[in-house]
Design a protein around this ligand. Structure first.
Ligand code: MG
Length: 164
């Protein structure tokens, strides 16, 4: 049985994953206004991933006989300064999520909840990937700079992303 403390923390994390999904979808909408369909596609895949993270936690709570408590989701930013500002905000956000996952992992250890520990190991690895993929897009954007042609090439590369 899940401890109340861990159940509450996992429910908080579900809310945070839904917020991440909201944030990426809002970023995708902004990229669509710039006619950057590839960036938008990439961000929509991020959105889907975040939903799957929320559901992974959801299933874990219910499988363990716990209770999922959904909360309202904060409104994400709507306006952004530029596509690079979008990706920098995404990286900053992912770093915050990493810190949250690390705290959850620590709590699972404190509570001696080994199955939560195993689940959270997956999330720890996932955060390494999340930060890496966003940082890669930022470094490509920095290489391209003000070059419109480079941006279009990058947009079409991101548009070709199939999953993850
Ligand atoms: Mg996530």
């Amino acid at each position: 049985m899940l401890s109340h403390k861990l159940q509450d923390a996992l429910n908080e994390q579900i809310n945070s994953e839904f917020y991440s999904a909201h944030l990426y979808l809002s970023m995708a909408a902004y990229c669509d206004t710039l006619s950057l369909g590839g960036f938008s596609h990439w961000l929509k895949l991020q959105y889907s991933e975040e939903l799957s993270h929320a559901l992974k936690l959801f299933d874990f709570i219910t499988d363990r006989g716990g209770r999922v408590v959904l909360q309202s989701i904060d409104q994400p930013p709507i306006e952004f300064e530029s596509v690079i500002a979008v990706m920098q905000m995404a990286l900053e956000h992912e770093r915050k999520v990493t810190a949250m996952i690390d705290s959850l992992y620590e709590l699972a250890l404190d509570e001696r909840d080994y199955s939560a520990h195993v689940l959270l190991e997956w999330f720890v690895d996932e955060q390494v990937e999340e930060e890496k993929s966003v940082a890669e897009v930022i470094s490509h954007l920095e290489m391209v700079g003000e070059d419109g042609t480079g941006l279009l090439i990058l947009d079409s590369r991101l548009g070709a992303r199939s999953s993850e």
